[in-house]
Design a protein around this ligand. Structure first.
Ligand code: ARG
Length: 459
């Protein structure tokens, strides 16, 4: 008899290269724990269906406990013939407890088994990633609170636009990750559905109690269609999209910090712990952590597009193509796990050079405020925008900073200018004028922090 679990109808030998090509154990062994948890719950379900006696079930569950210990202690000996994590665990169980092990797979297929394993595994990882995301958001909130008084230039098109609070910039990234956190919670519900009991594709002939299985394994519900159950990988695609979008946010943060930490900007200094030197230029301190975050976003998009290509055009139901779902998933989980922690480390250790930020605030950034001054005197904005633009031109022509134009010069541009126009030339005042919800005033930023904290406390 062939030693392969499916060996019955085969007579010829498998090409050794095919053997390796087909094997998923090298990467799916990280599912060992959830694979065994699923089998132990399934053994109990077989008892409830009258297919296993209590003592047979106990033998299987205890045997699997031993297999757990072997994996946990790094003692599990992989056999050349072990094709995947399911066959490896079952082979080892049979060695430990004998032929009764052969009853475990009754009514089950590796097709519903692998779908169950990935969902169990991903559910746990989602919770871990959610914790890292919360840590990252918390770091941003804390910094924003402590450094609320620091002002910096805000940019559009990477051109100096208007002054903002440094805290406001920090929180602009926090909100992107807050949405990512919400998305993660939402997709977790769809991950957390039990496919076990779908069999190979047509369902379970022994009437296993799937609701009880779901409860035992902590699933929120059972999948509704056995054919869909064994071929659905939407939850992985969804996760990979989540990972991609989260990495886009990561990459945009990285780009900001690479620019802000450059010598030309000098707004922030990354901690040595997250920078590296050059092997030839002794003066260099490079923002490698940020460049890697920006770079790693690309590989995660690759994970997503790779899986989408794999899924496209598959006929119903299980096809071996689906074995290609795991490596991109594992890669994305690992990349997100380290990226979220690195970003948290960078953000909690960088130093802000408030003085450099203040020196980079230039008078032109108050041109909008000049227009708004006239608006408050009742002049239509379109007109005041034009007047302020003329003032900028006048300052350029006369070589005087905008803020040094005399009241008389300004009055020559519009009669509504009065002595009080001098109060416009104040970056702090400009920032605090933007006090509507979501703005950069001190009050509005503190309100934002309150909103984020409230969300953190209830999620
Ligand atoms: N290693 C396989 C996978 O990852 C498990 C399912 C195998 N099913 C099968 N019918 N060969 O998809």
């Amino acid at each position: 008899m062939s030693t392969k679990l499916w060996g019955g109808r085969f007579t010829g030998k498998t090409d050794p290269l095919m053997e390796a090509f087909n094997a998923s154990l090298p990467f799916d062994q990280r599912l060992w724990r959830v694979d065994i948890a699923g089998s132990q719950a399934y053994a109990q379900a077989l008892v409830d269906s009258g297919l296993l006696t209590q003592s047979e079930c106990k033998a299987i569950v205890d045997g699997l406990d031993e297999v757990v210990v072997e994996w946990a202690e790094g003692r599990f000996a992989v056999n050349a013939g072990d094709e995947d994590i399911h066959t490896a665990n079952e082979r080892r169980l049979a060695e430990l407890i004998g032929t009764v092990a052969g009853k475990l797979h009754t009514g089950r297929s590796r097709n519903d088994q692998i779908a169950t394993d990935i969902r169990l595994w991903l559910r746990e990882e989602v919770d871990v990633l959610r914790g890292y995301l919360n840590g990252l958001i918390t770091t941003l909130i804390e910094r924003a609170e402590q450094e609320i008084d620091i002002l910096m230039p805000g940019y559009t098109h990477l051109q100096p636009a208007q002054p903002v609070r440094w805290s406001h910039w920090l929180l602009n990234h926090a909100w992107a990750w807050q949405r990512d956190a919400e998305r993660l919670v939402e997709l977790r519900r769809r991950v957390n559905q039990l496919p076990l009991g779908a069999g190979a594709l047509a369902g379970n002939p022994f009437n296993v109690d799937r609701a009880a299985l779901a409860q035992a394994l902590g699933f929120e519900g059972v999948t509704a269609n056995s054919m869909d159950s064994v071929s659905d990988r939407d939850f992985i695609a969804e996760f990979l999209f989540w990972a991609s979008l989260t990495m886009i946010h990561m990459s945009r943060l990285a780009e900001d910090l690479i620019i802000y930490s450059s010598r030309e900007f000098g707004f922030v200094t990354l901690a040595d712990a997250y920078s590296t030197g050059s092997s030839i230029m002794p003066q260099k301190k490079n923002p490698d952590s940020m460049e890697l975050l920006r770079g790693k976003s690309g590989r995660v998009f690759g994970d997503l597009s790779g899986l989408l290509m794999t899924l496209k055009g598959l006929p119903a139901t299980y096809n071996k193509d689906l074995q290609e779902d795991k490596e991109p998933l594992f890669d994305a989980v690992d990349t997100l796990s380290s990226s979220l922690q690195i970003a948290t480390g960078v953000l909690s250790t960088l130093t802000v050079n408030a003085q450099r930020m203040a020196q980079s605030l230039v008078p032109e950034m108050l041109a909008t405020d000049l227009a708004e001054y006239l608006v408050r005197k009742g002049i239509p904005f379109r007109e005041t925008h034009h007047v302020a633009g003329t003032a900028v031109r006048l300052s350029e022509q006369s070589g005087l900073p905008l803020t040094k134009l005399t009241v008389a010069q300004l009055q020559s541009l519009h009669p509504a200018f009065g002595e009080d126009v001098l109060s416009v030339w104040d970056y702090e005042r400009s920032v605090d004028a933007r006090d509507a919800e979501g703005g950069t005033s001190r009050r509005a930023v503190l309100a934002q922090i309150g909103r984020l904290r409230q969300w953190l406390a209830t999620n």
